[in-house]
Design a protein around this ligand. Sequence first.
Ligand SMILES: [Zn+2]
Length: 373
Amino acid sequence: MFKHKWRVAKVFGITINIDPSWLVIFLLFTWSLAGYYFPQNYPGWTKALAWGMGFLTSLLVFFSVLVHELTHSLVARKQGDEVSDITLFLLGGVAQIREEPDKPLKEFGMAIVGPLSSFVLAGIFFGLSVLLAQASQPLSASALYLAIINTGLGIFNLLPGFPMDGGRVLRSIVWKISGDLKKATRVASLIGQAIAFLLLAAGFIQILRGQFGGLWLILIGLFLQSAAVRGYEQTVVRSMLQGVKAKDLMSTEFATVPAGLTLQALVDDFVLHRKERVFIVMDQESGLQGIVCLEDVKSTPKQNWPWARVRDVMTPKDKLAAVTPDTDGSQILSSLASRDVNQVPVMDGDHLEGIICRNDLLRYIQLKTELKL
Ligand SMILES: [Zn+2]
């Protein structure tokens, strides 16, 4: 959600990040446990005890979500997909997996383990709460709450709407039967949107009744709605780029500019005057510095153009991952998205053949749509 995220740990070689929005939820969780849940169910506790247990329990909720995401990631890796990192944010976690699964069975396995891991955790926490019942009421109470939360997480994630795990399971089944990923995604996405709508409606009804818990449902509903739509769009775009090679998408004409050039000069002299959109950034002494596309310029506010330099907005060479002229278009799209960059150089051995910018992909899709291909 935010550009900035905190890197907190590395588990099994996978980087764990925390999005700042997650901190808000963490505090809300602690507060609702310490202020409401524990005092209502265990009136004998002191305030300090309720807050202490609220904090500890929230940490363990965080741990539970992490385990859920880790199992997705580990299964993806086992199946040969590269997993770079996991980011925990507002409503859960996202495992950054480089590519969408290419086979229904792969997606099925990757999706189903998430809810399964939540159910296993629920079982473990329930066992702990029984075991600890005599020894310590607070620990037992915390474990019981975690058993409930993990059961809820497992059930919620099994709802058959994309992009939830259950939606992915459904998509993999429809995909397997029909052999059509686009159609399968459409079905799962429509059900996802219906579920989002129901959550929104339930949330509004709760709020009208004066129950502010409804806000959670609205938040989750809004998130699911946009994710379901986006998921389908991505699949459509991906399927349009499938089978197209890098050499058919790349620009082969690009100018060379120095890293110290201002954006204003770049726009005036190169973009407007010479109609160029892609630039190799070179320095006399140190050679290739990076690549700049029109997108990088556009994302800088206009009032900064007179003093912002090309080197401030370019994608530096160490972030550029080259592809070959035969790399598939859908793979290039994933690579741009997962690296969060706008351009990728096309190399044939040591030779630079061309550059592909995000815009080149968009223009290709536009053309295909216009020609109804
Ligand atoms: Zn999941």
